[in-house]
Design a protein around this ligand. Structure first.
Ligand code: HEC
Length: 349
């Protein structure tokens, strides 16, 4: 990369652009070092300032969408030499604004994730593609300034390819972010039929990259024989720990509810009280009711966009309540409904 000093013969605007590009790249790299992206709920609570800035993510992200979207149009115009001569500077400025917005949005997004409760495939893809897309746009910025400095149309072509790929990565990342806040079916729900199934299978394909290893992953504690294991401690609690306790555990008690011990679970929360789990009666148990609500219902648990229970996990909780919601019942794989065996075995591992 050429430094501002070496490019002293370049027009003033490029020296200025170099300065901004270097500042943005340094800010992005330092930001990622200070706030490395995490894919699980952080162990320690973040400072309020960090969480405060994080809440601006949903606002800030509109800046890069607007600027980089406009840039797509400008770059199409700039494909012709005449267009580049006329709008090249405008494209460069728009690219700088878009890069600035992307860096801000990524950093605020990572800070937002420090609230905890963000996990799952949509989140992983959103975070990863957002960061990769931003890195790509910053690199594209460097290439564009270099190309303009040398007056090289080949380099400009390479820049455009890089830019459009990065923009696409970011757009896909944004889509998975949309899934997090609006629910996974938001975009596809009203799509016309042939398109709909293609969109859904494309999405599934992408999610499969980040979701597959997760299912095999949770495996603490060496497993003796299943017979000595307890239904609550070894099957139900790990599910709560993975999907609920970022908000209902030792650190945070949303709705004054804790699910990290048997006693707390049965004690219930602010409104649920001893109805949180009603032994033998899943339909009357508030936690079960909330789990079974449609994902877009305000009371649905885990809240929309957070890492959701699988069908089997929720069936396992339901089965435990039906069996009397005991703290001492031993795991008897043979007595489990057939469709729950695989899930139970995975949890016991
Ligand atoms: C991302 C955070 C988050 C996660 C994860 C989460 N919840 Fe909640 N939960 C909340 C919030 C927020 C409330 C509502 C607090 C309020 O409105 O007073 C709540 C309330 C509840 C309540 C009502 C408590 C009461 O007595 O008022 C129940 C029951 C509940 N959650 C069960 C669950 C279960 C079961 C899971 C896991 C399957 C879960 N939650 C996962 C955030 C979360």
């Amino acid at each position: 990369m050429s430094s501002p000093a070496r490019d002293a013969d370049e027009p003033k605007s490029l020296t200025f652009a170099w300065t901004l590009a270097v500042i943005l790249i340094v800010a992005f790299v330092l930001g990622l070092l200070f706030f490395p992206p995490m894919y699980e709920t952080p162990k320690t609570d973040a400072a309020d300032t960090v969480l405060f800035i994080g809440r601006f993510h949903p606002i800030l992200l509109h800046l890069p969408i607007g600027a980089l979207g406009l840039l797509c149009l400008l770059e199409v115009i700039c494909l012709r030499a005449k267009g580049e001569a006329k709008y090249g500077d405008a494209a460069l400025l728009t690219l700088i604004v878009g890069s600035f917005g992307s860096v801000l949005a990524v950093m605020a997004g990572i800070m937002l994730s420090r609230e905890g409760g963000y996990a799952g495939g949509n989140f992983s893809l959103h975070q990863t593609m957002g960061i990769i897309g931003t890195a790509g746009v910053l690199l594209a910025l460097v290439v564009r300034i270099t190309a303009m400095g040398r007056g090289s149309s080949e380099l400009l072509g390479a820049y455009r390819a890089l830019y459009f790929i990065s923009f696409a990565a970011m757009g896909l990342g944004a889509h998975f972010g949309g899934n997090m806040s609006h629910g996974s079916k938001f975009l596809t729900e009203f799509a016309p039929e042939p398109l709909k199934s293609q969109m859904i299978s494309m999405e599934k394909w992408m999610l499969s990259f980040v979701e597959e290893p997760k299912e095999e992953a949770p495996a603490p504690a060496p497993a003796p024989v299943a017979a000595e294991k307890l239904v609550f401690a070894d099957l139900i609690q790990p599910i709560f720990a993975a999907k609920c306790n970022s908000c209902h555990g030792e650190e945070k008690q949303k709705g004054e509810l804790r699910l990290d011990t048997y006693e707390f679970t049965m004690q219930g929360g602010e409104n649920s009280g001893d109805k949180n789990i009603v032994p033998g009666k899943p339909a009357e148990s508030v936690s079960m009711q909330f789990i079974l609500l449609p994902e877009d219902d305000d009371d649905h648990m885990p809240p929309e966009g957070k890492d959701q229970l699988t069908k089997e996990e929720s069936a396992l909780i339901q089965w435990w309540i039906e069996q009397g919601a005991s703290n001492t019942q031993k795991v008897d794989l043979a007595a489990l409904p057939a469709e729950l065996k695989a899930t139970a075995e995975a949890l016991l591992k």
